[in-house]
Design a protein around this ligand. Structure first.
Ligand code: CAA
Ligand code: NAD
Length: 282
């Protein structure tokens, strides 16, 4: 099937990046947020990223303007009625995602495909709550979306071959490199990445090193672009906590258990870059 109009649910860290990437690839894109304040903040993040891209010489001002011209924001679910594909990127919570898709289902056509950007939830469980489980797949992007090349395409148990092919081809059309991932918490990348990030928090909590030295160790010693504590601040400590809880519930393995410090930082509102303070101050 051909996609022309893409809907994105949520214009937070990931939703804004996904919406930008879709619009930049030529799709008419509608992004929905819960209120005008959150929408303005999300669209502002896109404008800033596009502007920085022009300044770095990565894109022309024409591309910036065309991208923005294809992108609209809305707070109303009806704004998504013309979408061929709706990609959900809201909080990592099963009930919230089910409710969001139920609302979208009342306004879109039968052929519209749904995709979730969940990091760790069971895609089959989200799909099963909709009236179109065969037209549902996981489409897991990486942060920052406009830069990171990978997309994990997740085939849930009820996902039809046609849907799977359509979303895989769609990911390629964004200029991404899709890989096929199983419907298991964390898919491929987070299954490996999350225990590492949680271990870095445990190391910090136990005084193995300062935040700076732990990060310096992994950047200069292993060639990682960001140290683990910087990456945690970048991903968001709330999102990381939800992901760890979900993975621990599924696997019951200590490697996925959220460390006590992560929970306390989340409860104290130290969410990383997005709140101005995490392991570092911004
Ligand atoms: N517009 C267009 N291009 C831009 C840009 C912009 N606004 N800003 C940067 N770029 C380009 C740069 O030009 C550069 O491209 P080239 O390599 O072709 O020169 C590239 O993006 C990297 O940018 P910089 O060199 O300026 O920035 P950096 O070196 O500080 O890298 C980073 C930034 C890409 C974020 C890097 O630090 C990185 O890769 N960090 C790790 C990110 C990561 O691990 N993400 C995954 C998180 S986990 C996840 O997402 C899954 C989950 O479920 C939680
Ligand atoms: P975020 O907190 O930055 O953004 C979530 C946004 O969704 C908020 O702006 C919120 O107002 C909005 N929202 C909540 N309910 C909504 C609804 N019903 N309709 C529309 N908007 C709604 O979170 P994020 O980091 O962007 O994460 C979003 C999803 O992407 C999660 O499932 C997360 O696991 C996944 N993910 C996150 C990362 C990351 O690095 N942060 C990477 C890959 C995947």
């Amino acid at each position: 099937m051909t996609m022309q109009t893409v809907g994105v649910l949520g214009c937070g860290l990931m939703g804004s990046g996904i919406a930008q990437t879709c619009a930049q690839a030529g799709y008419r894109t509608v992004v929905r947020e819960v209120d005008e304040g959150a929408l303005a903040a999300g669209l502002g993040r896109i404008d800033k990223f596009l502007e920085a891209g022009v300044k770095k010489g990565k894109l022309t001002s024409e591309v910036r303007d065309e991208t923005r011209g294809r992108l609209t924001g809305t707070t109303r679910v009806e704004g998504l009625s013309a979408c061929d594909l709706v990609i959900e990127a809201i909080v990592e919570n099963l009930d919230a995602k089910r409710e969001a898709f139920a609302a979208v289902e009342t306004v879109v056509g039968d052929q519209t495909i749904f995709a979730s950007n969940t990091s760790s939830l069971c895609v089959t469980e989200i799909a099963a709550a909709t009236e179109r489980p065969d037209r549902f797949a996981g489409l897991h992007f990486f942060n920052p979306v406009p830069i990171m090349k990978l997309v994990e395409v997740v085939r849930a148990l009820p996902t039809s071959d046609a849907t799977y092919q359509a979303v895989f081809t769609f990911a390629e059309s964004l200029g991404k490199e899709p890989i096929t991932a199983p419907d298991r918490p964390g898919f491929i990348v987070n299954r490996l990445l999350v225990p590492y990030l949680l271990d870095a928090i445990r190391a910090y909590e136990r005084g193995i090193g300062t935040a700076e030295d732990i990060d310096k160790g992994m950047t200069l010693g292993c060639g990682h672009p960001m140290g683990p504590l910087t990456l945690l601040d970048f991903v968001g400590l709330d999102t990381t906590y939800y992901i760890a809880e979900i993975m621990f519930q599924e696997f019951k393995e200590p490697a996925y258990a959220p460390p006590p410090l992560l929970k306390r930082m989340m409860l104290a509102g130290r969410l990383g870059r997005k709140s101005g303070r995490g392991f570092y101050r911004y």
